[in-house]
Design a protein around this ligand. Structure first.
Ligand code: ADP
Ligand code: MG
Length: 470
């Protein structure tokens, strides 16, 4: 296949698998697939714009959906120590479906249906418990209580009851059962059901910390400890029983928790500095407590233990920063994963030119605001990729610093759109190449060098050697 077989980028078939959209990094793609399948870690080293973030996202895409949801429950005995509960999809479903069967009033013992107000005590017909007299014989289903003590004195009030306690014999043992009115039906509750209901009531106060529908891709910038490790928010009323909010409601997960079962992507790992230690602990334990990180906050007294954080770490660093990765963290990654150096360029073969073509088509479709490119534009962009490989890496080949190429393509697309054209042509690309250069390059065109430009910016007329600026 040759690039010349295509007359526009619209003819290119784009792979649906995000890993296959990454071009020129074949071993990275292969390893990326393993990382997802085997849940390993990955350290990516390489020049900017070569696909490190893209690879991390593509790995996350290959992962199965999370199977557990994590709840934080109110702890009535110690509110400042909320409890974690991990539910699988199956237990979640079982808890959601009411396990209690509802019966029609006609099938339950008649003394029970009488007490619950379904059955007439005189003629035994069934009617709604809301009707006070039997529709068939007209009898009063509920005897009105006339005086405040009548019930007590006579001990025979027939007020409508909501629950009837009785017993039944199961396997030779007597067991308590309760019939409870639920609308027009009757629930039969065994001791087991009652215990379960008490348990559920205890758990009624909870918050979903990590939803089962969460994303498998979480990116952490390392901007703060709370972003990475979670927090318990401040409440000015603290634990005031009436106006304060309960501690469990203020628990916020960190990126390490949100990435549970997924990928935690850390761009510029070295910028985490000392926080790399916490990351290491999280990876070793696969759980990490959440506590209030601001000492002066009412959240600092709150701690939730054992919040799960079983993630795949994908980290990126610049080549120069490899040395500032915490050694035990790096050996942890290597001990259960891979280190990968991304390519900055690839050989200039017709196969690789086709890959650039695929890349251009992908970028156009993904952008959604620019038209497709014709063969002249593609040709010009491939030359640009060739030129940049030479300029930046001093190698003959095609550059894989594709963010840059994408920038030129998008600018060319915008120009085509603004000229009302339905296709990007060679002229648009030429214009974009000329105008999308970084400020540094534009400055050295104008002033000779970046240094001289900064002198001009300061309003200086001459540099140290006495030469005129600008
Ligand atoms: N190898 C690649 N294959 C396809 N597109 C790429 C590749 N590398 C970069 N790109 C394009 O450039 C953009 C920026 O790449 P990114 O993954 O953020 O680079 P990095 O994280 O290495 O700086 C991507 O969104 C994608 O559009
Ligand atoms: Mg990136």
């Amino acid at each position: 296949m040759e690039v010349s077989d295509f007359s526009t980028t619209a003819e290119v078939k784009i792979p649906t698998d995000p890993l296959l959209q990454i071009i020129g990094q074949d071993s990275a793609v292969k390893i990326g697939r393993l990382v997802g399948q085997q849940r390993r870690n990955l350290l990516l080293v390489g020049p900017p714009g070569t696909g490190k973030s893209m690879l991390a996202q593509a790995i996350a895409f290959t992962l199965p959906k999370p199977t557990t949801e994590v709840l934080v429950l109110h702890n009535p005995e110690r509110p400042e120590r909320p409890i974690i509960e991990v539910r699988t999809a199956a237990t979640r479903k079982a808890q959601k479906q009411s396990p209690i069967e509802l019966f029609d009033p006609s099938v339950i013992p008649s003394f029970v249906s009488e007490k619950l107000g379904f059955r007439c005590r005189r003629c035994a017909r069934l009617s709604s418990p809301d009707a006070s007299s039997c529709f068939a014989c007209g009898a009063d289903k509920y005897r009105k209580v006339r005086g405040p003590f009548e019930d007590l004195v006579m001990g025979q009030g027939v007020e409508r009851e909501d629950r009837v306690h009785t017993t039944r014999v199961v396997d030779g043992r007597e067991e308590l059962i309760i019939f409870e009115r639920r609308g027009g039906k009757v629930a039969m509750l065994t001791q087991k059901d009652l215990a379960k209901m008490a348990e559920l009531a205890k758990k009624a106060q909870f918050k979903v910390l990590l939803s089962i529908n969460r994303s498998t891709f979480i990116q952490a910038t390392g901007a703060s400890e709370t972003e990475l490790l979670g927090d318990v928010r401040h409440d000015p009323y603290g634990s005031h029983p009436q106006i304060g909010s309960l501690p469990y409601t203020r628990v916020v997960p960190g990126a390490i928790h949100e990435a549970h079962e997924g990928v935690l992507f850390i761009d510029e790992l070295s910028s985490l500095g000392k926080m790399q230690r916490f990351l290491l602990t999280a990876m070793q334990e696969k759980k990490y407590p959440i506590s209030g990180r601001n000492q002066s906050s009412t959240g600092s007294a709150v701690r939730v233990d054992a919040v799960p954080c079983d993630f795949i770490l994908v980290a990126a660093v610049n080549f120069n920063d490899v040395a500032s990765i915490l050694p035990p963290l790096r050996s942890r990654i290597l001990g259960n994963g891979y280190e990968l150096l991304l390519n900055s360029h690839m050989p200039d073969t017709s196969e690789n030119q086709c890959k650039i073509l695929q890349f251009l088509a992908q970028e156009i479709v993904r952008d959604g605001r620019i038209p497709h490119a014709d063969s002249g534009a593609v040709d010009e962009l491939i030359s640009f990729a060739r030129k940049k490989a030479k300029e930046i890496d001093g190698k003959s080949g095609l550059t894989l610093r594709l963010r840059m190429l994408s920038g030129v393509l998008k600018m060319a697309g915008d120009v085509a759109v603004s000229n009302g054209k339905g296709m990007i042509t060679r002229e648009d690309v030429k214009f974009a190449m000329k105008n999308s250069r970084p400020i540094e390059e534009q400055a050295s065109d104008k002033y000779g060098s970046w240094y001289r430009a900064s002198l001009a910016d300061l309003g200086m007329k001459k540099d140290v050697s006495g030469t005129e600026v600008g």
